[in-house]
Design a protein around this ligand. Structure first.
Ligand SMILES: [Zn+2]
Length: 400
């Protein structure tokens, strides 16, 4: 259970961020290392120079970092008692490391491998092949979502897939990737979050020492906002043959940190409202919704069970402003708040795959308490206003 930050330690050192959540009752120590390089990273700013980043770069680098010439990376750490992995998200790359009775020497070896390990031509070529077969064997999105995303994102779509499309990956320039590795994978960019029983003071000393030894290493600046097409927009996509409906919203990208937090909270509310709205209005409607909640993109998908339902939902969506927000009263809002907060707290209790949300909060130097307070203070008027704002941007002409 979350205890008002009593067991939460947060340090910033030379741009790096360390968060310790002391959990004496755990056996395993869960650690994740985040770097600000994800699918949507488009530019690296280096002094005065701007280096373009091709779609799929962050993902290929993540694969390559976890590969060694002898194919032995995971089993090497497994023999030392640590289980590790890597994931590429839209705004970041995360490497995870789990160990019963954390040995900081082993974690340090892992960390140094991530940051300083060199990627070479052979590894990049090998991992390119692996990713190409990943792309060919499964599409990152079902066709209807792909269609909607391509319409709303246009040429940014390939970045949004994180993995890239086949020809993006084929054309990735190895020299550029080595350069990106060198400047982005830096100690100064680290965001390290760890949960578990290890004595926080030991971890803090260990971290301070590492940062002291590496404080002079060069670093690049990452800019990952989507500059083109920076407008709020929304569209409805319908597939009559399998009775699927999709709503996609893309919000204007903002740089003000306070606004970003606010926007994310509002979107979370909106998602839960719309989810409830279809269920409430439709009575027997079994509407299933999926959504992504990243950097301004929200996707709502629902499958009707009959043509009648399909038409009904479609009409609800298109006269939008009138329908959605009417359902939001204070009781519903309280329910939604409870849901959001308990989801947040659960991440602190089951950190086996430490969520990007925690990294996201720490990157903005924000505590969970502050965030929860912000969620608690949201009013029905604010949510209604935000939903209406988004729905007013729906372009009903873009049907599938
Ligand atoms: Zn992969």
């Amino acid at each position: 259970m979350y205890q008002n930050q009593q067991n939460l330690y947060n340090f910033k050192l030379n741009g790096a961020n360390l968060i310790i959540h002391h959990k004496p009752e755990f056996n395993t120590q869960y650690t994740s290392i985040e770097l600000p390089f994800g699918g949507l990273s488009k530019y690296l700013l280096l002094d005065e120079k701007i280096i373009n980043i091709e779609p799929g770069s962050a993902h290929l680098l993540e694969h390559s970092v976890l590969d060694t010439e002898d194919n032995n990376f995971f089993s090497y750490f497994m023999r030392k008692g640590a289980r590790c992995n890597g994931y590429t998200h839209l705004a970041s790359t995360v490497f995870s490391f789990e160990m019963v009775k954390l040995d900081l020497i082993v974690l340090q070896e892992f960390l140094y491998h991530i940051i300083e390990g060199e990627v070479n031509n052979e590894t990049l070529t090998k991992q390119k092949e692996i990713i190409l077969s990943e792309i060919n064997s499964r599409n990152p999105f079902p066709p209807i979502i792909k269609h909607g995303l391509k319409k709303i994102l246009q040429n940014e779509y390939n970045y949004f897939t994180v993995i890239g499309e086949s020809n993006d990956v084929e054309n990735l320039d190895k020299i550029n990737l080595v350069l990106l590795k060198k400047y982005i994978y830096s100690f100064n960019h680290l965001d390290l979050i760890t949960f578990g029983p290890k004595d926080p003071n030991e971890i803090i000393d260990w971290f301070k020492n590492i940062m002291k030894l590496n404080s002079d290493k060069s670093q690049g600046k990452i800019k990952w906002d989507l500059n083109n097409n920076n407008e709020t927009s929304g569209l409805v996509v319908c597939d009559k043959t399998d009775l699927t409906l999709l709503m996609i919203f893309k919000e204007k990208i903002i740089n003000n940190v306070q606004m970003i937090k606010k926007q994310t909270i509002m979107r979370t509310f909106m998602e839960l409202c719309i989810e409830g709205f279809i269920k409430i209005n439709g009575n027997k409607l079994e509407a299933h919704m999926d959504y992504f909640n990243n950097l301004g993109i929200s996707i709502f998908m629902t499958k009707a069970s009959s043509e009648k339902e399909f038409i009904y939902i479609k009409s609800l969506i298109s006269k939008s402003e009138s329908g959605v927000t009417n359902n939001l009263n204070n009781d519903t809002l309280d329910l939604i708040k409870t849901k959001i907060i308990s989801n947040l707290l659960a991440q602190y209790d089951y950190p086996d795959r430490i969520s990007t949300q925690l990294h996201w909060l720490s990157r903005y130097n924000y505590s969970l308490d502050d965030y929860i307070l912000m969620v608690q203070n949201v009013t029905t008027e604010e949510v209604n206003e935000h939903i209406e704002y988004l729905f007013s941007h729906i372009d009903n002409n873009l049907a599938y």
